[in-house]
Design a protein around this ligand. Structure first.
Ligand code: NAD
Length: 459
């Protein structure tokens, strides 16, 4: 049994009021979590640390990011073990997707910071130069699907740019954030630079968003929560980054190479049990290759191993969408059942025969459920892909027309003949109801700093 504690001003603090963290694999209790309701202590600690941290040269903060990366890497098996325990994901996914990327987030921003160029704009009679100042104390709020991966994606650039942090992991998966806190105290990261508070979103998450001394909020989570966060933060003129839900399309054109498209689309459908915001939960297939594609896709699905979904509550939500699909006239081609064992398991489920405008095909399910749709022309595929309120990601599979179709998809990111192939320098984020703002490289650096222009007139 792990007892998760808050990290405030370099000290681990427990609270009398706690709740339980259960394993999605078998519903056993694995940890207790403090039920924090206010963040004043953490804000005071972060404010006290701000002057010294922001006064360090960027090179020194890069060195700190490298120290965190090195120590996390030394403990990479433990990071993966904790992530697998907390989320139920298979150990190889926890290691190769979650733990490795968490290390890389720190290492990437250390390297990126060392190569940051000063921006200068010359005029005929003056020179402008841009400096980037820290914002101050920032609030970072993350979801349960990729716990440390997504939290460290915010922590690393926030630290790089000289801010101090109040971080809140999901109450469903707090273990790796807690472990990161232990690592940071072990290596001697100055007290109060990284504070971690735990508890329920509407309580401690809301307290972070409402706190007047927290000047920016970087939030990743569901679209409906994002609306609450935006409504709370906007009147306080906080800087706001929102990475929200998705309902992404994988589009297989008639000239696709099925040798790469079938495994690629399958991975996009079901990696992490479909619980990645980027997952392709709608599969659009050209009519001329439909039978060939589907035969191979369903055959390869038989060997695709997934973990449980995150909780019983989430399983019930996913199952309600499978029932809805049947009501809407869908045909279950694979899965649809609940395996007889403890834990939040659901078979990977493939549904055809639904209109692309049905609720099942347009609302975010966030589980191992995909809908399949047939199209005849590129234009039709584009229209189908763009018909939801979301606009996060997508993929196009084609030998010749991939980029042409990709450019017409209304989403922040589109892959061609691949999926989830990430260069951490590129903009990451969504359009429409999938979010506001971008993360990654210069976009993260821009978010976590205030750009100040100094214009110097020449004599
Ligand atoms: P969620 O919105 O329920 O919770 C996200 C975080 O917000 C949690 O830490 C939660 O405690 C907190 N929270 C809840 N209410 C809050 C409030 N009123 N104020 C402040 N914080 C609050 O999301 P989830 O169920 O944990 O995650 C799944 C969702 O996240 C899916 O919709 C998925 O698409 C989305 N997601 C998006 C991205 C992306 O990069 N766009 C990445 C991963 C997940």
């Amino acid at each position: 049994m792990i007892h998760v504690e808050n990290l405030i001003g370099g000290k681990f603090v427990s609270l009398d009021e706690k709740f339980e963290d259960t394993s999605p694999s078998d519903f056993s209790v694995i940890a207790t979590i403090p039920r924090t309701k206010q963040v004043n202590d953490a804000v005071l600690a972060a404010k006290a640390a701000l002057h010294d941290w922001s006064s360090l040269g960027i090179e020194q903060r890069c060195d700190w990011l490298d120290k965190i990366a090195n120590e996390l890497e030394n403990e990479i098996q433990e990071v993966a073990r904790l992530e697998a325990l907390d989320t139920g994901k298979p150990m190889d996914v926890a290691l190769n997707v979650d733990a490795k990327r968490s290390v890389n987030n720190f290492r990437f921003f250390a390297e990126f910071g060392r190569n940051l160029q000063e921006q200068k704009f010359e005029m005929s009679d003056a020179t402008n130069y841009v400096i980037r100042k820290p914002i101050g104390v920032v609030g970072l709020i993350s979801p349960w699907n990729l716990p440390l991966y997504l939290l460290s994606w915010k922590i690393a650039p926030a630290l790089l740019m000289g801010n101090t942090i109040i971080a809140k992991p999901s109450e469903i998966t707090p273990l790796t954030a807690h472990f990161l806190g232990r690592i940071c105290t072990k290596i001697g990261l100055p007290d109060g630079v990284l504070n971690i508070v735990n508890g329920y979103g509407p309580e401690v998450g809301q307290a972070i968003v409402e706190h007047p001394e927290i000047k920016a909020i970087s939030f990743t989570g569901g679209t409906s929560t994002g609306k609450i966060v935006a409504a709370t933060a906007a009147p306080m003129f906080k800087k706001l980054s929102l990475e929200l839900g998705g309902k992404n399309a994988s589009i297989i054109l008639d000239d696709a190479d099925l040798e790469i498209a079938v495994p690629g689309v399958l991975r996009a459908s079901f990696l992490n049990s479909g619980q990645i915001c980027l997952c392709g939960s709608r599969v659009l297939v050209h009519a001329s290759i439909y039978d060939d594609f589907m035969n191979r896709y369903l055959a390869e699905l038989k060997d695709f191993k997934i973990g449980p979904v995150i909780s019983e509550e989430h399983r019930q939500k996913v199952l309600s969408y499978i029932r809805l699909a049947i009501e809407e006239g869908g045909e279950i081609l694979a899965g649809g059942n609940v395996p007889e064992k403890p834990g939040a398991w659901i078979e990977p489920t493939v549904i055809s025969g639904l209109s692309h405008t049905s609720r099942t095909a347009t609302e975010e399910i966030f589980g191992p459920v995909v809908t399949i749709h047939k199209f005849d022309t590129d234009e039709e595929a584009i229209e189908m892909a763009n018909c939801t309120q979301y606009g996060l990601a997508g993929s196009v599979w084609s030998k010749n027309r991939g980029p042409h179709v990709a450019e017409k998809i209304e989403s922040g990111m589109v892959w061609v003949n691949t999926w989830l192939h990430r260069d951490l320098r590129v903009p990451f984020g969504g359009v429409k109801d999938s979010g506001v703002g971008r993360e990654g490289g210069l976009w993260s650096v821009g978010f976590f700093s205030e750009a100040v222009n100094i214009c110097v007139m020449e004599d």
